[in-house]
Design a protein around this ligand. Sequence first.
Ligand code: ZN
Ligand code: FE
Length: 256
Amino acid sequence: MELIALPAFADNYIWMLHDGTDAVVVDPGEAAPVLSALDERQLALSGILVTHHHGDHVGGVDELRSRLKGTVYGPKRERIPEPFVAVADGDVVDLLGLHFEVIEVPGHTAGHVAYFHAGREGAPILFCGDTLFSGGCGRLFEGTAEQMHASLARLASLPGDTRVCCAHEYTLSNLKFARAVEPGNAALARYKADCEATRAAGRPTLPSTIAVERAINPFLRCDQPEVTASARTQGARSAEGTEVFATLRRWKNEFR
Ligand code: ZN
Ligand code: FE
């Protein structure tokens, strides 16, 4: 199995997983990068996974249907281009002979789902759309801070070696914010330097891993003393997890 990040638009990644014959793509916001990747490698498209309804994640679905020898899967609670098979928490999707567990992660949108493969030969894989980013998380467009905080906690509890496949290359700007929240986090400082070198070389900073995110992502660290202290300086009324999370999310929205 090979896992590839196909760049799309300004900063999206369309994730492709393939076994040399068949491929699955996640959140094809546009069709062109997928079509060229399929042609280059002579792959059949055997499935499409969609995490949420935003245009930069579903815009290419209809154009890809003529090439699709399989099914489009998407969240039950959202409007996805029809036809698609609606999935909900706990459902299992079988693609390329692999099981993908559906995890509902409301917050960025009301019905957002993630897909988790527990791993067999390789490390586990998580397709998390716009919920978890490296060093950050999605904006709260439809859900509450409480929902997003719970969704992120669920993802953070996955195995540490899980490959985290986010839908955007937002890492460097997220890490700039993360450093403002946790100036004393040495792992974060090292990771930021690594990611800067990776981007300077023109490579994606993703996939990340759950272990890395637990160590450096302030949105997964709302119980850490330095994070709660920083949140208090930004108006958090207590050190309670959701309150700290909500404060960080608001702060990040205005952070430059
Ligand atoms: Zn989105
Ligand atoms: Fe997006």
